[in-house]
Design a protein around this ligand. Structure first.
Ligand code: NAD
Length: 314
């Protein structure tokens, strides 16, 4: 098939475009980054790029939790998705939308594991823009005859990023200094006050707990597994109108994960109780298993071992 992929230069996009090409598909990469340099704001450019495609996989998005980026999030994730939906509808292509578990109130779920029937009630502007992206795609399905599938990804990253203090996600999640900087940026003075006494200039990991002592807990999926799930969604002609969550088989408690990261890397860690509730949620994979044949090939234990090897090699 001829398949357009927005966000082709990103974490998932790079891997997915390779996998699609390996399977014999003709890939049309779209990204604001070089060498393509096509922005989601360029509606005519997107229409031209998507012409003749059978599937458009829309991964491009802004991810940020900073107040200063909010206007850019609406611009890229909402208006950008409307432009991609228009381009896919004109091409008669099926749209596969990358949404997120942040459409749910992940910090305060009504029930767990979180599944596709859980009410959407985002607590971040990023999550809100993804809700609006989902609604935009639903509108194009209802009113413009677009065929579309919404994939709600729970958290994923490359294994090598897990133990990289410069990593977009793992830096502020698992490394003390980076977490302090992030929390200071968010204006969370209570968290900064709890973290800062442990800072002595050395590189250390941090095990985060909520005020009641509960360790943080979430699922972490390997990008390679997610790419297989997205590939299956793109290649399943029968899918239309489904919303499918894709994530790790199970969540992992940071009271297990952080000591394991420390053991494999030789770094030390500090155990810190932060103000407020713990981030503590689990998502369901059941529908992805049923509809996409989704399975996890790279569980967290393997990601940790690969992360440590990648850290040693850096
Ligand atoms: N990584 C996660 O944990 C996670 C979880 C849930 C959902 N998602 C979603 O999955 C998708 C892929 O995530 P990723 O981790 O690969 O992200 P990424 O940041 O690595 O890649 C995003 C790509 O989109 C491109 N892009 C951003 N704004 C653009 C614009 N205005 N015009 C054109 N291109 C633009 C970027 O240049 C980048 O190459 C995103 O939609 C993201 O919101 C990610």
């Amino acid at each position: 098939m001829k398949i357009a992929v927005t966000g082709a230069a990103g974490r998932l996009g790079r891997l997915l475009t390779d996998r699609l090409a390996e399977r014999g598909h003709e890939v049309v990469p779209i990204d604001i980054a070089p060498p393509v340099r096509l922005a989601l704001s360029d509606r005519d450019g997107l229409i031209a790029a998507c012409a003749g495609t059978e599937v458009v996989i829309h991964l491009a998005a802004r991810m940020s939790w900073n107040r200063a980026d909010e206007a850019a999030l609406f611009e890229a994730n909402v208006l950008g998705t409307a432009n991609v939906a228009e381009a896919a509808a004109r091409a008669g292509a099926k749209l596969v939308l990358a949404s997120t578990g942040e459409v749910y109130p992940e910090g305060s779920p009504v029930y767990q594991p979180l599944d596709e029937d859980h009410p959407r009630a985002p607590r971040s502007v990023y999550g809100l823009t993804k809700c609006l992206a989902e609604d935009t795609v639903a509108f194009y399905r209802r009113a413009r005859g677009l065929r579309a599938v919404v994939l709600r990804f729970s958290h994923f990253q490359d294994a090598a990023e897990l133990l990289d203090e410069r990593g977009f996600f793992s830096g502020p999640r698992f490394f003390l200094r980076q977490k302090i900087e992030q929390q200071r940026g968010f204006g969370n003075t209570g968290a900064v006050a709890a973290l800062e006494p442990h800072e002595d200039g050395s590189t250390k990991l941090v095990l985060s707990r909520g005020a009641d002592g509960t360790a943080f807990r979430m699922g972490i999926l390997d990008t390679r597994d997610l790419a297989s799930g997205v590939l299956a969604a793109a290649e399943s002609p029968g899918l239309d109108g489904e919303v499918i969550g894709i994530g790790a088989d199970d969540s992992v408690g940071f009271d297990h994960l952080v000591p394991e990261l420390a053991r494999h890397s030789g770094l030390s860690y500090v155990d810190v109780t932060l103000p407020g509730p713990a981030v503590h949620y689990t998502t369901s994979n059941e529908r992805a298993r049923e509809l996409l044949g989704f399975t996890v090939e790279f569980p967290i234990e393997q990601m940790i071992a690969e992360a440590a090897a990648a850290r040693r090699a850096r």
